[in-house]
Write a protein that binds this ligand. Structure first.
Ligand code: ASN
Length: 356
């Protein structure tokens, strides 16, 4: 890892932003087997930003760059990657006014959601960004994304984890990747943008921010994710014809400690008592099971239809209108803590960082 020093090396360090480069397409270069993560990001970023007008450049905060090693395609990220990022930010927290995390887009929203739970009570910006094309691509999206992320990372009224992409600033724990090719790849289906670029201005809508809702005091929860980093939390989306033995293969497995279920519509599953029995058995064993809809918009109301009525009795918690990312990373975060099953269930239902 090329390090940003832990000790301040300029008297004005708190005026600076720390850019943490983890990999992703934005930093990739073509290799024989396709695009691969490439280094020298600090120099490449300086060079790219120097293409902006002098006026634009004058509005940027000073920044340091810290590069991870190995650099990854974000498909390789795991809960341990989320934990490392939270630790790196927490350890340098007092030295910087804000943080930009450069990340591959494929799992960017998962990392953003996880950071929100780990860095609760943030009083400065942590902005994740990436791109659909490498930084050096003519008219690519990388330069605009990183420029906007840097601008928002210096905004003192932004006090939470956010995603900046294609001119919009989204709440990190509400964001999803919605497109595999378009530059407008991210959205937050159940929460309005926290800010946006309008012409040359980067406008924050502070009243939508956590600082006005539930930020509270900084209370970082730096946990060991090792016991939940190897598939201990599973994600199961129903399909027509799903059988109880299939659900049991995962929920009944002794390694599994929690599950995200993606139900039909408003919160239904097939009318099969064996399916409910598998779920009830798993939650009876203390496994934390939460459900949302497979629809990207709208909330689940388990019990609205007879077909979903047994879920609450089977111990399934409603994920309301949370994203899959927000539910999954919350399960990981809660299961990593030494809490009783009841406390975990209670905390799951409680909004912690504006995720529900
Ligand atoms: N595969 C890339 C990644 O997530 C996609 C991207 O960054 N656009 O690392």
């Amino acid at each position: 890892m090329s390090q940003a020093p832990l000790l301040a090396d300029t008297p004005h360090r708190q005026e600076r932003v720390l850019v943490i480069y983890t990999g992703g397409t934005i930093g990739m270069q073509p290799q024989a087997n396709g695009l691969s993560p490439a280094g020298n990001f600090s120099e490449r970023l300086d060079k790219a930003l120097s293409q902006r007008s002098l006026h634009d450049q004058s509005l940027l905060p000073a920044y340091d760059v810290m590069s991870y090693s190995p650099l990854i395609d974000s498909s390789a990220a795991t809960p341990l990657t989320w934990q490392q990022l939270a630790n790196d930010i927490a350890e340098r927290f007092d030295q910087y006014r804000g943080f930009v995390v450069i990340h591959g887009t494929d799992t960017l929203s998962w990392t953003a959601a996880s950071l929100a739970y780990q860095l609760q009570g943030l009083d400065r910006p942590v902005v994740l960004t990436g791109a659909m094309a490498p930084l050096e691509t003519p008219n690519g999206d990388g330069l605009g994304n990183v420029y906007g992320a840097l601008r928002f990372s210096a905004h003192p009224q932004l006090q939470e984890v956010a995603v900046y992409f294609a001119d919009r600033l989204l709440r990190g724990v509400r964001a999803i990747k919605q497109h595999s090719e378009a530059s407008d790849a991210f959205t937050s289906p159940s929460y309005p943008p926290l800010g946006e670029r309008v012409g040359d201005d980067f406008i924050l809508f502070p009243r939508r921010g956590l600082v006005y809702q539930q930020r509270g005091a900084p209370r970082f929860e730096r946990l060991d994710y090792q016991p939940v980093a190897r598939g201990e939390v599973v994600r199961i989306a129903l399909w027509p014809g799903i059988a109880a033995w299939q659900l049991d293969a995962w929920l009944g497995h002794p390694n599994v400690k929690g599950a995200l279920l993606q139900l039909w519509g408003a919160g239904n599953l097939p009318d099969d008592p064996d399916l409910l029995a598998v779920i009830a058995k798993a939650s009876g064993e203390g496994k934390l099971i939460a459900a949302i809809s497979q629809c990207p918009q709208g909330r689940v109301k388990m019990g609205a239809y007879a077909a979903g009525n047994g879920l609450v009795d089977a111990g399934v918690l409603s994920g309301d209108d949370m994203t899959p990312e927000a539910v999954y990373t919350k399960l990981v975060h809660l299961i990593a803590q030494p809490l009783s099953p009841e406390d975990r269930r209670e905390r799951f239902m409680m909004p912690l960082v504006g995720e529900r």
